[in-house]
Design a binder for this molecule. Structure first.
Ligand code: NAI
Length: 328
């Protein structure tokens, strides 16, 4: 029998946590034959609700679930972690400046990065979901100098999935017929969903759509502002779709991408496509043997260049800001 994989989830009592934990425990994160142990990290105020969720996890009698531990101490929650999903974060509240937001999140992601550095398993893989995800990932990574830098990733898979769905609806094909879509840059309103290399049922997506104005004025803003549209409609931010994307991200990372396709993830830049080295930016990526690789050699046209540059500039500004705060 296989040794269980330790999966640590922070912000476990939040709405994404509630949508995420049952799917992890049922085997959807890693595979239907991989037993898991869950480690839930919450702040003290969240512990009681996390205990309630753990009771419900028990009540599902998931055959793959080999235990649920709850803690408010990162050193305990990340001990032996193989996979860490960093979901809990400090949201932007009214009147909060970006610097305040980054500083508040530094107070969360710096100690968590240190705890990962000191206690996680050697094969630790980290996905940061909590916003600002790319920069929070950078902060955690900087606090974990003994962990290979490429183990820290940020989630843009929700943006990727949103773009897949919008393009499928526009072109009238099932989502599964769309390949090689890319989200570039920051998980923010500046992100750039790129269809120029994408395929719709084997044909070039930009040619199938053949409407640059739709791309510029409808597709890109719809994907980039989808989070706000969900809040407006639902009265709460995306939770089940965010949890679903986190499952997809880690599943792909561990189990690989299909031949002839790629996905999008916030990964450490190697300088490809003019993205400064070390930034955690979204790229087209493949995954194999538990490692993401940035897809190389794509042509970037003028339409894409300006949009990628704008989002990367925002990431650089965030990096400067957290440098200024001594967080990295
Ligand atoms: P939520 O507010 O429902 O839950 C957050 C939970 O984190 C709370 O239970 C809170 O007690 C906990 N928490 C706060 N600080 C913590 C710490 N230091 N350690 C452990 N737990 C801590 O929020 P929700 O809806 O679950 O969203 C979580 C984050 O995910 C937010 O930052 C949100 O902006 C982000 N998000 C990211 C997306 C992406 O595509 N990257 C998509 C959707 C949401």
């Amino acid at each position: 029998t296989r040794t269980p994989v330790n999966v640590t989830v922070t912000g476990a009592a939040g709405q994404i946590g509630y949508a995420l934990l049952f799917r992890i425990a049922s085997g959807q994160l890693l595979g239907a034959d991989v037993p898991v142990k869950l480690r839930l990290l919450e702040i003290p105020q969240g512990l009681k609700a996390a205990e309630g969720t753990a009771m419900e996890l028990d009540d599902c009698a998931f055959p793959l679930l080999r235990g649920v531990d709850i803690s408010d101490d990162p050193n305990v929650a990340f001990d032996g972690a193989n996979v860490a999903l960093l979901v809990g974060a400090r949201p932007r509240t009214k009147g909060m400046e970006r610097g305040d937001l980054l500083e508040a999140n530094g107070g969360i992601f710096k100690p968590q990065g240190k705890a990962i550095n000191d206690h996680a398993a050697d094969d630790i893989k980290v996905l940061v979901v909590g916003n600002p995800a790319n920069t929070n990932a950078l902060i955690a990574q900087a606090a974990a100098p003994d962990v290979p830098g490429d183990r820290f990733t940020a989630m843009t898979r929700l943006d990727h999935n949103r773009a897949l769905s919008q393009l499928a609806q526009k072109t009238g094909v099932p989502v599964g017929e769309i390949k090689k879509l890319t989200i570039w840059g920051n998980h923010s309103a500046t992100q750039y969903p790129d269809v120029f290399h994408a395929e719709v049922a084997g044909k070039n997506a930009a040619e199938v759509v053949n409407d640059e104005q739709w791309l510029a004025d409808t597709f890109i803003p719809t994907v980039a502002k989808r989070g706000a549209a969900i809040i407006e409609a639902r009265g709460a931010s995306s939770a089940a779709s965010a949890a679903n994307a986190a499952i997809d991200h880690v599943h792909t990372w561990v189990n690989g991408t299909d031949a002839g396709d790629w996905t999008s993830a916030g990964v450490v830049s190697d300088g490809s496509y003019g993205v400064p080295e070390g930034l955690i930016s979204s790229f087209p990526v493949t995954a194999k043997d538990g490692q993401f690789e940035i897809v190389q050699g794509l042509d970037v046209n003028e339409f894409s260049r300006t949009r990628i540059d704008a989002s990367v500039k925002e990431l650089e500004e965030e990096r400067e800001a957290v440098r200024g705060l001594g967080l990295i």
